[in-house]
Ligand binder design. Sequence first.
Ligand code: ADP
Ligand code: MG
Length: 288
Amino acid sequence: MMPATVFRPAEPPEMPVEEEHHAFVELEKVTHTYGRGDRKIQALIETDLRIEQGDFVALVGPSGCGKSTILKLVTGLITASSGYVYVAGREVGAEPVRVGMAFQNPTMLPWLSLRDNVMLPLKIVPPFRREYRAKRRGEFRDRVEALLAQVGLGGFSDKYPWQLSGGMLQRASLCRALIHEPQLLMLDEPFGALDQFTREELWAVMQDLWMTRKPTVLLVTHDLKEAAYLASRICVMRARPGRIVEESEVAFPRPRTIAMSYEPNFVALTQRLRELIMSAQADKEETS
Ligand code: ADP
Ligand code: MG
C-alpha cells in the first residue's frame, strides 16, 4: 500500500510584526471621481504618491490633470472615492494637521495692515489662538516682523494691501502661509500671476524660507523652470484620467540660482519634462 501523502500546512513564515511605515504624505491607489452618471469625471486614477517629511515636491502637468484635486485630498477638503490618503502617519482627517496655503491670488483683507494680515492664522489656528490676546503685541508681533524681514518686507508691516505691489503681496502671502509653523505647505500656482523677474525673485525667497524652516511642501505649477529650481522631486501628471506618469529627482545643489537654470543639466531636465507633457497633449488630441 502506498503511504498516504501527508500534507502539512506550510510553516507560517516568521513575520516580524512591523508598524506600517507611511511617508509624511502618502497617497495609495487613490481614485477620485467628481459627479455621477453622465456627468461623472474621473479626476484621478490609481495614484500613488509619497512625500517624506521636509521634502519639497512639485506637481506639473496640463490643466485638468488633477493637480488641485491632489491638494484638496491631502488637506482633507475632499475624500477619495477609493484608496487611502495618509498625512503624518494617520488617515487624513483622523487628526488635525497644521497646513499653510498660498494660491495665485494672494487674498489679503483690505482693512487690515500687512502685519495683521500675516498674523491672522495665529488668531484662528490652535494652539496659537489661545495665546493670541496675550502675545499679539509681543512674541507674535516679533515673529511676524522677523518673517516679513526675511522675505524683504522689513518696514512694511504698517502698510495696507492696496499700498503694495503684486510681488510684495505674494511675499506677504508666503509669510501668512508659514506664520503658524505648518507641518504642510500647499502652494497652488502661487507665482503664476507675477511677471518673470518678480517670479524669479520669489523663487529665491521661497527657497530661503524652505531651507530655514523645512516645511513639507507640495507645489503645483505650470512652470517647469520653477519646479526644477525649487523642488527636490518633480511628479509629471497626465489628464483623462489624471495620474502621475513620471517622477524625477532633482539633485542640483542648494541654494539654487537663476544662473544655474541656464546650465546644460538644468536645461536638459526642463526639456525632458516639457517633452513628456507635450506628448501627453498629443495623445489627448489623438483620442478626442
Ligand atoms: P488641475 O488642478 O490639474 O487643473 P483639477 O484637479 O482642478 O485639475 O481637476 C481635475 C478634473 O476634475 C478636471 O477635469 C476638472 O474639470 C474636474 N473637476 C475639478 N473639480 C471639480 C468639481 N468640483 N466638480 C466636477 N468636476 C471637477
Ligand atoms: Mg488647479
